[in-house]
Write a protein that binds this ligand. Sequence first.
Ligand SMILES: Nc1ncnc2c1ncn2[C@@H]1O[C@H](COP(=O)(O)OP(=O)(O)OP(=O)(O)O)[C@@H](O)[C@H]1O
Length: 341
Amino acid sequence: MIALRGLQKIFALKSGAVTAVDGVDLTINKGGIFGIIGYSGAGKSTLIRLLNMLERPTDGAVEIDGQDISKLTNKELRKARQGMGMIFQHFNLLWSRTVYDNIAFPLEIAGVKGEKKHNRVKELIQLVGLEGRDKSYPSQLSGGQKQRVGIARALANNPKVLLCDEATSALDPKTTESILDLLVDINQKLNLTIVLITHEMHVIRKICNEVAVMENGKIVEKGPVLDVFKNPKEKMTKEFLKQITEQDDTEETIKDILNETKDGDVVQLTFSGTNAEQPLISQLIRQFQVDVSIIHGKITKVQGGSYGTLFIQLTGDETEKQKALAFMNDKEVKAEVLRRD
Ligand SMILES: Nc1ncnc2c1ncn2[C@@H]1O[C@H](COP(=O)(O)OP(=O)(O)OP(=O)(O)O)[C@@H](O)[C@H]1O
């Protein structure tokens, strides 16, 4: 659906050049929800704006359905953009227009008129759950309702791709959940490809099938969400994963436990997919001469399975402990003995 090849964006400033996107190669499959995560300044906004040519690349290509859109004329680009909707962190609604007129706006630009326009606006209002709010102005809506208008407006011309620029970052946790549910709903109903950028791993965990981690303008790690969660390779990815696995005090707690427990090993188990639902700990105690104390754990749902980590204290004879660890690894649970430094 989308292929980025050697994509680069350099901003020339008086103070020097800033490389915001630095040689990105990425393939985004049709019909999925693809998340790009990174800290502030990593280049996410620039990257997503390159996807619809709100920014022109310094180098490289953006192919949508096999067509390099960086080569299009302005007129061709306006047409191509109708196939890509976009929503924003601060909604970017027209404040002097009602909900109805905000949603009608892209239809008017595309030359859709009369009953056809009216029916489409009504259909979109229903799709995003804003029935009865047609005549409200943006200032009369909650943040979640404003984003629903943003989504309806972005979908007006039946795009194939929806780009989401930190779409839930200005919303409270409960409203965030409802907007994320709506994105999954429209992804499934309309077979729409969604590309989102975020700094919250929770967003990736809840709705994405694939993830790319961005740092200093580069994609440092990418893959299916469950694979990356199960086997994160980069330090940056591991840091983001802590947002959803560890409570704030866990690092401290683990340090204390490592200091206090002189015997036994502290083991971090990482579960993903269906193994998270198996009674592996009770099997471990039954089959091997080991004792297990649970220190801390958290299992969460992701698209296509579960993901979580469990910290345990494992005591017993060295050979039995090694057998227990091998058993876990056999069951595709990553078992890592934490070092005492
Ligand atoms: N229009 C611009 N002109 C000059 N520099 C820019 C411009 N847009 C972005 N940059 C610079 O490019 C780098 C990447 O910025 P970008 O906004 O893409 O990152 P981000 O990951 O989206 O961060 P944030 O979430 O804070 O927006 C930053 O150093 C930023 O200052």
